[in-house]
Write a protein that binds this ligand. Structure first.
Ligand code: PAN
Ligand code: ZN
Length: 185
């Protein structure tokens, strides 16, 4: 049996860097194809400013542990007035919750239950958000600086991106009059 020892990992709340990491991935503008409200605006954005980075996820896992954690660092930006967002997903395991703790920047966490009920939680430094089991979740950077949050979940939760990619979410966040507005989609 693996003996797991206690450990502290430093998380840089400005950059999302972890003192020790076991994996990472990045998503760029082209990864938002089919997900943004305005597909033509996305093509124009890629042509104009290149396939720029939208967000990066860094994780720290330990074999044999139930839980794990990491950071998501989202760049500021908009496509056709819509603020940069993560793909969004349900967890494969419907009984798995998650926690998002925002360390820097400004954003909106969009949530949606299986029956279509929508909800949102403002993301700002110090706010810890509870994502209940079986609620889809997508984060949106509504600010002008990187949005950095720590997430803590279960290693066996898994990700189901299919449903959101196919049907979208019931809410989107657009810049309206210089401010973010959550709009029913
Ligand atoms: C987060 C997300 C992360 C990136 O770690 O995976 O913010 O979003 P997408 O996975 O939707 O691209 C999480 O919720 N994990 O379960
Ligand atoms: Zn999740």
């Amino acid at each position: 049996m693996t003996v797991l020892l206690p450990q502290g990992i430093f998380i840089d709340g400005k950059t999302g860097a972890l003192g020790e990491e076991t994996g990472r991935f990045a998503k760029r503008l082209s990864d938002l194809k089919g997900l943004v409200a305005d597909g033509a605006a996305l093509e124009r954005a890629i042509a104009e400013r290149g396939n720029e980075l939208v967000y990066e996820v860094i994780e720290y896992r330990k074999d044999g542990a139930d839980m794990f954690f990491g950071t998501t660092t989202m760049q500021p930006g908009r496509v056709g007035g819509e603020y940069y967002f993560t793909r969004g997903h349900f967890h494969e395991r419907r009984d798995r919750a998650e926690v998002y703790y925002t360390q820097s920047g400004q954003g909106m966490l969009l949530l949606q239950a299986r029956d279509g009920t929508t909800s949102s939680v403002e993301m700002k430094p110090g706010v810890c958000a509870f994502i209940p089991p079986d609620w889809a979740h997508r984060s949106v950077n509504t600010g002008t600086e990187p949005l950095v949050f720590v997430w803590v979940g279960m290693q066996d939760a898994g990700h189901d991106y299919g449903e959101i990619a196919e049907k979208g979410l019931g809410q989107r966040v657009f810049e309206q009059g210089g401010k973010p507005a959550v709009v029913a989609a």
